[in-house]
Ligand binder design. Structure first.
Ligand code: PLP
Length: 456
């Protein structure tokens, strides 16, 4: 593109595009406009190359420029460009549902498609409510989830979300969304006697609210917001027990953690627990077309099976034929290139490329699994002293986000909890990409320490 075209694109973006979770009208010369991609790399409209250390938004598992996916989309659009799955079916939705059921752990044999992750979470809460009404337990309407967690933006999913800052403007939200502690093993609260505290807090919440009122617990295998909180050993085994004791459903929100992100097709499989529902999206199509899927156990489908009861819920674009065709081609690549195997084989190398930064005093904690890692930044490593809110903003928004992009690394610098940098590269990444991430992070964090020494 000529520089004149670029200027006009930036101007139009500034005037007309409403970016998500973005400031309006402040982006000229600031907001990168990403034009194309290949493998783990993307290029902006000025031709600048970036390593995409975030896989879009935890999404492009197979990387960019995969012609197999483009061809699958084109062929399906030419054959049947659209048809809903409301009282009809089409071959690609059927084929994909059967394939996901075969991949999913245990008896998660029913697939309810959505257009994305928030809709999958919304659907799970609604299904849990309708299920319990049909089972003669109409009081079971509430849900439990963790502080700081992000589960989406529709009103139900936002209520399940535990981030006060993104909820405030929309309150009052859906009542009955209870919060429990997230599994921050770096900052275990003083009153916690040991690691069992985190799961026991879920049982305490159930008992406090009344078990007969709780429909489901929503948990990510590894919690994204707050910076890749990995659960302690035994956490999910105990949560499963607690749910079974109190007749509560366990929903594994795997919008990020499914499809290889933490080294297995499903995060629950990697961590060894059996959910009643898995919510997923993102990596299902590697982002080449929008699609989400709620995977449901036979037990939950039973009261709807062969009866007049319908799950009274749906979305026009859910299970879109083009998206389903892309998902099938995406899963073919997973198999052909053994992407889960690639993540498992490289996980230790990825981790050590990040652990290598631990000599920098600003690095407090490195945590995560698979290709999903967070680095928590601290003011004082000895005491784990945090940056103040203003310092965090200065560090993250004022410096790190801009500097990382300048140096050619897309990753997430986030201050919704403690300041963290998150890395979640395409699952095809390997040692070359780890080396680039390490180098750019080392330079940026070194500069950030000097920056934070300056008077504000
Ligand atoms: C765990 C989790 N649940 C739900 C969502 C919402 O998904 P979407 O943005 O596709 O609506 C996200 C998005 O990042 C997520 O990380």
């Amino acid at each position: 593109m000529s520089s004149q075209d670029n200027a006009s694109l930036a101007e139009q973006a500034d005037r007309h595009l409403w970016g998500h979770f973005s400031s309006l009208g402040r982006s000229v010369d600031g907001m990168p406009i990403i034009e194309r991609g290949d493998g783990c790399y993307v290029w902006d409209n000025h031709g600048k190359k970036f390593l995409d250390g975030l896989a879009g938004l935890y999404t492009t598992q197979v990387g960019y420029g995969r012609t197999e996916l483009a061809e699958a989309a084109g062929a399906q659009a030419a054959t049947l460009g659209f048809f809903p799955i409301w009282t009809y079916a089409h071959p690609k939705a059927v084929e994909l549902a059967a394939r996901l059921a075969a991949l999913a752990p245990g008896d998660l044999n029913r697939v309810f498609f959505t257009s994305g992750g928030s809709e999958a979470v919304e659907s799970a809460w609604k299904l849990a409510r309708q299920y319990f009404k049909l089972m003669g337990e109409p009081l079971r309407t509430k849900v439990i989830s963790r502080n700081l967690s992000y589960h989406g933006t529709s009103m139900g999913a936002l209520s399940i979300t535990g981030l006060a800052a993104v909820k405030g403007p929309f309150e009052p939200l859906v009542p009955g969304a209870i919060k429990v502690p997230h599994t921050d093993m770096y900052r275990i609260p003083e009153h916690a006697k040991d690691e069992s505290y985190f799961a026991e807090e879920i049982e305490q919440a159930i008992l406090r609210e009344g078990p007969e009122t709780i429909a489901a617990v929503f948990l990510e295998p590894v919690q994204n917001a707050g910076g890749c909180f990995v659960p302690p050993d035994g956490y999910f085994t105990r949560v499963r027990e607690i749910c079974d004791t109190h007749g509560v459903l366990l929903v594994s929100d795997e919008v990020i953690c499914a499809y290889g992100r933490i080294g297995a097709m499903f995060g629950s499989e990697r961590l060894g627990y059996q959910p009643d529902i898995i919510t997923s999206a993102k990596g299902l199509t590697s982002g080449y077309a929008p699609l989400g899927a709620m995977l449901v156990s036979d037990k939950l489908a039973e009261p709807f099976n062969g009866t007049d009861e319908q799950f009274l819920h749906g979305y026009t674009f859910a299970g879109h034929p083009v998206s389903c065709a892309v998902a099938l081609a995406n899963l073919d690549i997973f198999e052909k290139e053994d992407l889960c195997g690639n993540v498992m084989a490289n996980e230790a190398a990825f981790r050590s490329s990040l652990d290598d930064l631990a000599d920098l005093p600003i690095v407090g904690d490195v945590r995560g699994m698979g290709y999903f890692y967070g680095i928590e930044l601290v003011k004082d490593r000895e005491t784990k002293e945090s940056f103040s809110y203003e310092e965090s903003q200065r560090l993250i928004r004022g410096f790190l986000s801009l500097r990382l992009a300048e140096l050619g690394l897309i990753c997430r610098a986030d201050s919704r909890g403690e300041p963290v940098i998150q890395l979640s590269p395409p699952l095809i990444a390997g040692p070359e990409e780890f080396e680039i991430m390490n180098r750019i992070l080392r330079q940026t964090l070194t500069e950030a320490m000097a920056e934070m020494e300056k008077p504000s």
